[in-house]
Design a protein around this ligand. Structure first.
Ligand SMILES: NC(=O)c1ccc[n+]([C@@H]2O[C@H](COP(=O)([O-])OP(=O)(O)OC[C@H]3O[C@@H](n4cnc5c(N)ncnc54)[C@H](OP(=O)(O)O)[C@@H]3O)[C@@H](O)[C@H]2O)c1
Length: 209
């Protein structure tokens, strides 16, 4: 399966490198295609980079690695997202990183679904700091959980498979509307990591009784 990654920032480059390193075919898309091509060249192998729409066209699974505020513009640039699995990794945080812009009655994931109604939106990776994406950063510790929420079961399975391929433990977190609960978990993780001294190897772990 080809995975498109939109965004060449901390999360986009981290996920692209991780998945390519595990043998996944990755296509990177960016508003500046040269940035995506440069990242693909750095990754090597069969990684490709270019514009956003071109990357989306080549993939069935698209990981959106941009900020919540950029969703509208990025979805517009993505072209036809019909039938695509569209992964939302975002935390819709405020400028000071200390709160969420939206919540309770909606979530970034549901807002994305409204912007791209024909895509199958899946929430994942929002509780993982970019620093934990390289496999080496997780060596010797318990499996790091990635909470996966979606309404489409096949899309949830496809994303869970990608999560597992990256060496994380996918946790079925129910329907997409549960992103309303996962995004605050992402926010408290930011508090632990940035403001309460735990550092960016912090990650939530849910324990089964
Ligand atoms: N960093 C983390 O540890 C972390 C953890 C969990 C979740 N997240 C989530 O992951 C997402 C990305 O975070 P990040 O840390 O990777 O951010 P980042 O390093 O600032 O990268 C953001 C990326 O978005 C691109 N971008 C900005 N505006 C765009 C637009 N209008 N159209 C297309 N692309 C656009 C940027 O491209 P340019 O280079 O062209 O500006 C850049 O590649 C956010 O939603 C964040 O909440 C981050």
């Amino acid at each position: 399966m080809t995975v498109a990654i939109i965004g060449t920032g901390k999360m986009g480059s981290g996920i692209a490198k991780l998945l390519a390193g595990k043998g996944e075919k990755v296509v990177i898309g960016a508003r500046d295609p040269a940035k995506a091509s440069a990242l693909a060249a750095e990754i090597g192998g069969d990684a490709e980079g270019g514009g956003i729409e071109a990357a989306v066209k080549l993939a069935d699974l698209v990981i959106l690695a941009v900020w919540y505020q950029q969703f509208e513009e990025t979805v517009r640039a993505a072209g036809d997202l019909s039938g695509k699995v569209l992964v939302d990794i975002s935390n819709p945080i405020t400028e000071d990183f200390k709160g969420l812009r939206i919540g309770h009655t909606t979530s970034a994931a549901e807002e994305l679904q409204a912007l791209a109604p024909k895509a199958k939106v899946v929430k994942a990776f929002n509780t993982i700091f970019a620093e934990l994406l390289p496999a080496e950063a997780r060596e010797g510790r318990d499996p790091v959980q990635v909470f996966v929420a979606a309404d489409d079961e096949a899309a949830k399975t496809a994303v869970s498979d990608v999560v597992a391929k990256g060496g994380f433990q996918p946790v079925d977190s129910g329907p997409l509307s549960n992103a309303r609960f996962l995004e605050p978990v992402g926010e408290i993780n930011i508090w632990f990591g940035f403001f309460l001294g735990w550092g960016t190897s912090a990650a939530p772990a849910w324990i089964k009784g």
